[in-house]
Structure formats: C-alpha cells, structure tokens
Design a protein around this ligand. Sequence first.
Ligand code: SF4
Ligand code: SF4
Length: 469
Amino acid sequence: MKLDESHDVTFRDTLSTIDDKGKRNWVFAKKPKGKIYNYRKLFAYSLLAFLFIVPFIKLNGEPFLLFNVIERKFIIFGVIFWPQDSFLFYLMMLSFILFIVLFTVVYGRLFCGWACPQTVFLEFVFRPVEWLIDGNPAKQKKLKAQVWNLEKIFKRLLKHILFWVLSFLIVSALLSFILGAENVINFLKHPFPEHKSGFIALIIFTSAFYFIYSWFREQVCSIMCPYGRLQSVLIDPNTIVVSYDYLRGEPRGTAKKGDTEAAEKLGDCIDCKQCVHVCPTNIDIRNGTQLECVNCTACIDACNATMTRIGKPKGLIRFASENGIKTGKDFKLTPRNIAYTVVLTGIVIFFLTMLLTRPAVEANIIRDRNILPQIQIDTIVNVYNVKILNKTHKDLNLIIKPQNFKGNLKFFGDNLNIKSGKKTEPKMIIYIPKSELKNKNSILKFGIYSDGKLIEKVESNFVGPDINN
Ligand code: SF4
Ligand code: SF4
C-alpha cells in the first residue's frame, strides 16, 4: 500500500511470511554470528539446562518446582502451595504478569527473542539441527527445490526423526514440571497398556510440538501468541526496541569506487541486506518496528559485522527507542520507567515477604455455635471446632496453649499429630473459672507450638455469663 508518493514510502499490509497469493514465504534464516549472539546462546543453553535439570532437583525432599494442576499441588522453590495458599499463588501470577507488562513497556519484546521457550527451542534446538543436516540457507533452498532423490529422502527423514525425538524429550521435560520427574520416568518405563491415556497425551503433545517446530515455526510469534499481539498497545516511542538508525543509515547504498562525491551523500547503510538474511521472521528492520520483530538482536550482530568490515562505527542497528533515534540521545531512565520499576519491586518484595513469613500451619479455632456455653459451678465451658493444616514437609506434633487467659483445654476426636500436607479437626473444650472473665464476650488468644517453638497464633471468642447481671 503506497501512502506517500513524494517520499516513496510503502508499507506492507500483509505478514512478512505470506506472499501476494496468500502462500507461505518459507524463512531460510542465516546462522547469526557475533558477540550478542554468543551471549544469547549462553543464556538459551542455560535455560535449556534449567528445563532438563530442575525436575530432578529436590529441596526438603520436595521438587524444586512443580505445577501439578491435576492434583492442585504447586511447589515453588521447594515451598508447597496448598489450595489455602491460592492468595499467594495468585499474587505470584499477578506479579509475573505485571513484570511482563512493565518490562515490555520499557524494554519491548526482549523476552520474546531471549527467553521465550518458543524462540529458545526454535533457534537453539531445531534450527541448529536443520543447519547441520540441510546446510546454510542457499543449500536449504536448493534441497527444497530439488527432486526427491536418495540424498533428499535421507536428509528429510533424518531431520524429521530428530525433530520428533527432540519434541518428545522437550514434552517429557515439561511434563516433569507437572507430574514430577520420577513419575514421568516410571511412566515411560512401564508398558503402554498400563498408561494408555498418559501415553496418548504424550504422543499428542509431542506431535503438536513437532508440528510447530517443523512447519508452523515463526507463525506462532506472528499470529498466535497473545503476548505478541499485546505489543502494539504496550510499546510507545520511548520503549527500547531493536531499531535501525535511519538518520545515520539513509540514504542507503554504495557509491562507485572513487566517486567520493556520491559516497559523501550516502548514509552508512550499504544495503548489504545481512540484517535481513539473519532475521528469523523474514523482515527488514530498516522499515521500522514491525509486528513480527521478536527483538532477537540477530540483525544487530549482522550489521555490526558489516560496519566493522567497512570501517564504520558499530550500532547502526541497536537497542534504542524511537525517540532516542530521532533525537540521537542515548537511553535514559524516564520518570515512568522509574515508577514502573518501583511498583514492580514493591510487588516482588511483598510477595517474597508473604512467602517467607508464611506460617507452617493454617489454623482455625471456631466456637461451636450449636453447643451453648455451660456453667459448671464456678467454671464456664465453651466448645470449639479446631482445624489445623500442616503446610510443612514434615510430620508435626502440636500443642495448643492459652496465651491470654487461665483455663484448661481438653481435646477429643482427632489428635494433634499431623502428617505433612494433612489436616486435623479435633473438638476442643475450654474451661475458664468465672473469676477470670471480665466480660460476657472475651477474645481468647492461643499459641500453637511444635517442638517447644511457637509457630502460629490464633484468636477466638469465648462466651460467658453476663457479668453485669
Ligand atoms: S528484525 Fe532483527 S531483532 Fe527483529 S526479529 Fe529480525 S533479526 Fe530479530
Ligand atoms: S546490515 Fe546494516 S548495512 Fe547491511 S543492509 Fe542492514 S542496516 Fe544496512
């Protein structure tokens, strides 16, 4: 769609991976090289190591991370979240969403290019296998166009078998975060008829991953991903994104050798298109920020290599905001960035405080309203329903003691020895001498002790006779 005849500025109104006839433009991305790519590789392989190692790490006998949605059991950093802790869990989810939003507002889609599992798997697992088997983009194009001979059949078979095996490994690792590593290994060791439904689910997920990485690929980021779709409302001219410095680069082109006059009129971009060849989403960053750009930074490395080769300063493509490029000023923290960072830090601190100060037990002591208070000579008797949940990894032997009153407690029904993750619900009778009561209604404070240590405090009310009568 041509918008401005005088400047010959044209904009696409289709995806970069779809041609005029609506057919897929297959991306044959060149392997990136450079300093930033090396950092990215290191980061991506650390994330992959995390994926495959963490399911085997235990803390206090529990998995380091577990998101068992089926049994509603969540373990984060070895801390078990019970359904009663849903508040903390929602807070954590909220912090995570806020983090992503605030991070995006300031740093754009950096998460997509560096930490998103889709990009990490595609660019650091599947594409390297493809480069290894099919070769560089020129060889890949040739192989695609050539007839089905022995070489093509062998390469295609090898690549797709490897893709399927890798998908299977990734799905198994991801499943370990839901079911636990031991369960997944057990499940894989046992014969198919014993785990029919689980095995079918594994095959379905593996096939979905295989489909994504062998065919759908960057379309996930461009079409499907809701986070990608949110970008247009989250970023603004102050957001840091991968940007082309058009003031420095334009007009692009190369002058004939010795034509210094023409060379002086040109910008630094020599139109070598290296930035386009490495782009995994098939875009030309020189056209500005685009929907498909995942901020992978491959084009920065490619352009820096070109600039070094022609003896110009690096950074023609760099991390900068639209306003930064326009004004030529480097990135500076704006009051908005500072405010967002403060809010985010506050949420994270609040969450960590709640997590670290979370009591070992969840306890409720509620007076049984179906049983009226009784007067036994000069003692008042109230009956209570006690409910205590053991949130720790060990079995607890608890004692409940009065904190602000003198009286006797008696228990019947369940006892106060609670297994890890289990609850106890005994009845409790409290005897308080009349002389100890100053009001008809008193607030009683209880201490819950384990191994002689106070681990939780609970309050309840006590109803006595009307003192004024
Ligand atoms: S334009 Fe650059 S940063 Fe954006 S996806 Fe392409 S290579 Fe990555
Ligand atoms: S790599 Fe740099 S010099 Fe080459 S076309 Fe891209 S922006 Fe221009």
